[in-house]
Design a protein around this ligand. Structure first.
Ligand code: IPE
Ligand code: IPE
Ligand code: MG
Length: 253
């Protein structure tokens, strides 16, 4: 049971995570529990996406990265992949006016070129329509996998070295970061994973070096605004040390 004390703490809007990543997991188990087809879980999960995007924007989160489809998810049954692509297309079409109205810029990380052509077309329209919005970036991780992203970055850098555009000594951590799909974006401050699994499943592995991680037992379709806010409060109580000593235990001042 949650203590009343933690529920009474108010959320500080000044110290929200700037970049929040969510591994939206548990749609299949949500459906299974109800003896429904897995696709019904994905459908219900889309409603959660809508409500969490809305609350994130209302609170003033700067960047929200949603893990929607991994490079490994292509290996799921064809019928499920097809349904996921159809739901993705529907979402991107139905929400684009809302994104526009709410000043949300949509961005894609991952292998956009692997998505079905009709989905790519709708994504491009949405990207174009929202490109000048500046209140929140909504990053959709689609056909995304960290290992593929890093492999791709290594290839890009190797080509530049081969063409003498750069020297191996120019390789720095920042240079690597700037060849990832997330390029100039700040690293995620907080990553939430739903459905109780304790793993990253190939999500932002380079960028998550110092991210705070929160595992929720809730299945994604049941994930609520209230729980979301409780997680943000939990994040605000944490001491992010980045390998240094805590401010409160440091003697230098
Ligand atoms: C997350 O839910 C959605 C995607 C990975 C596309 P799952 O479909 O992985 O649901 P579980 O983990 O089987 O319950
Ligand atoms: C991670 O969930 C990918 C997404 C949420 C899109 P999975 O369900 O694919 O991960 P595993 O297989 O449980 O690690
Ligand atoms: Mg899963």
């Amino acid at each position: 049971m949650k203590s009343n004390a933690s529920q009474n703490v108010t959320l500080n809007l000044q110290t929200l995570p700037f970049h929040l990543g969510i591994i939206m997991d548990g749609n299949g188990r949500w459906a299974k529990k109800r003896l429904l087809n897995r696709v019904k879980g994905h459908e219900k999960g889309t409603q959660t996406v809508r409500s969490i995007v809305t609350v994130a924007r209302e609170l003033g989160i700067g960047m929200l990265t949603l893990y929607a489809f991994s490079t490994e998810n292509w290996a799921r049954p064809k019928i499920e992949v097809k349904a996921l692509m159809m739901l993705l297309k529907k979402f991107i079409v139905s929400e684009r006016e809302v994104f526009s109205k709410n000043d949300i810029r949509v961005n894609i990380i991952g292998q956009k070129h692997r998505l079905p052509k009709d989905v790519q077309k709708e994504i491009d329209i949405t990207l174009d329509l929202t490109k000048n919005n500046d209140k929140m970036v909504l990053n959709l991780a689609l056909s995304y996998g960290s290992r593929e992203e890093i492999t791709n970055a290594v290839k890009l850098i190797a080509k530049k070295i081969k063409s003498k555009e750069m020297d191996p000594n120019d390789i720095t951590q920042d240079l690597i970061s700037n060849h990832l799909y997330t390029k100039t974006m700040p690293d995620p401050d907080l990553i939430i994973r739903t459905s109780g699994e304790n793993r990253l499943s190939n999500f932002l592995m380079w960028q998550a070096a110092y991210s705070e991680i929160y595992i929720s037992e809730t299945l994604w379709p049941d994930f609520s605004k209230d729980e979301f806010i409780e997680i943000l409060k939990n994040y605000q109580k944490r001491d992010r040390r980045f390998g240094k000593v805590s401010c409160s235990t440091s003697n230098d001042g």
